[in-house]
Design a binder for this molecule. Structure first.
Ligand code: SF4
Length: 348
């Protein structure tokens, strides 16, 4: 892995982004922000999954005002996502938003951005300049290509913010196209000191979206680029958080929660290993102990293949062997596979 790019550190609420610190996992609510109860419930669920920053859409003034009450019910910092109307950014700041995300392509004239920047500066609230390939400002030179166009759009806004003596900046350059996204982030990484929020936008449903996101985000992280990530999925937001951690765990960048080792099954398998592995995975998602759990399809190779697991099960016909650190500790009936394994997990 390339040496990590050390960016300028900024703080969103109590969470530090950049400066060589841990890559921060964030997500976005999918509830109507005006529905305070539903939004709090979704954020609290995301907190259980380890989400560290939450972004909410602010489509109107009622949503901006709802931030006051939403913040009372949650623990993690909240970022207000603003499009088109700079007055909503001002209202969100007024309501106590810990961060703002602005799309320079649709906020409009510099004096509107300026009003927001001055209000954010007063409160010490960072702003993410969030450029999307699909909504580049008309001023951008399209002959440069989309990746460089996104970089130019972001740098134009960076200059505007810096001219107002504001440097609590974070940048994102998202596209659906993975090579364009990687090229854009590589380009801007050398041109600014600010932390980068990385992700692949509108990546799709979990089946394809996790793959697209993993290739894009994983490649950038491998190149040493990226301070906070969001996996965008057409799915409940906790799936975004789970996928984000799996990407970070795969690269040994974060260790939150268990790792599940499960065999692909083969002609030796004599139990429903797929259903068992899925049930165990769902249960483990809310646990934050950094343990390794194995679900294996046979007693012949299972314990050996998962030797370094903290706890595991090797399923045979009607019976399974529970093992710890590769050593057999119990034999259980098929109906008890799940409960026996989870009992061992809880005891770790
Ligand atoms: S652990 Fe056993 S059942 Fe699973 S893939 Fe390996 S040999 Fe097949």
């Amino acid at each position: 892995m390339n040496k990590r790019r050390i960016s300028k550190a900024i703080k969103i609420g109590e969470v530090t982004i950049g400066g060589g610190g841990p890559v921060v996992v964030q997500s976005m609510t999918k509830t109507d922000t005006r529905d305070v109860r539903a939004t709090i419930d979704q954020i609290k669920e995301l907190e259980e999954y380890g989400c560290e920053l939450i972004r909410v859409a602010v489509p109107d003034e009622t949503a901006a005002k709802a931030i006051v009450d939403i913040k009372k019910g949650i623990k993690i910092p909240l970022i207000a996502d603003i499009h088109f109307d700079y007055r909503l950014a001002l209202a969100a700041l007024e309501s106590g938003a810990d961060g703002l995300r602005l799309n320079p392509g649709n906020i409009g004239e510099a004096d509107k951005v300026k009003a927001v920047v001055l209000a954010a500066k007063d409160r010490g609230v960072p702003i993410r300049i969030g450029v999307n390939a699909g909504s580049l400002p008309v001023t951008v030179n399209r002959e440069l290509g989309i990746a460089e166009g996104m970089v130019e759009a972001a740098l134009e806004q960076v200059q505007l913010l810096e001219s107002l003596d504001f440097d609590l900046i974070k940048i994102s350059l998202k596209a659906f196209d993975v090579p364009i996204t990687i090229t854009a982030y590589q380009s801007i990484a050398d041109k600014t000191p600010y932390p980068l929020h990385i992700g692949i936008t509108e990546a799709g449903t979990p089946r394809t979206g996790i793959i697209r996101s993993t290739v894009g985000i994983g490649t950038l992280l491998w190149l040493g680029i990226g301070d906070t990530i969001r996996v965008s999925l057409t799915a409940p937001p906790h799936e975004e958080v789970t996928a984000a951690y799996e990407i970070l765990k795969s690269l040994n960048l974060r260790q939150r929660g268990p790792a599940l080792v499960s065999c692909p099954t083969c002609g030796r398998t004599e139990a429903d290993v797929v259903a068992l592995a899925q049930a165990v995975e769902a249960e483990l998602a809310r646990i934050d102990k950094p343990i390794k759990v194995a679900v294996m399809g046979c007693v012949v190779n299972g314990p050996g293949e998962a030797r370094d697991a903290d706890v595991g099960i090797a399923c045979g016909k009607g019976r399974g062997v529970i093992f710890k650190k590769g050593k057999k500790v119990a034999v259980v009936e098929e109906k008890d596979f799940f409960t026996a394994l989870m009992k061992e997990v809880e005891g770790l």
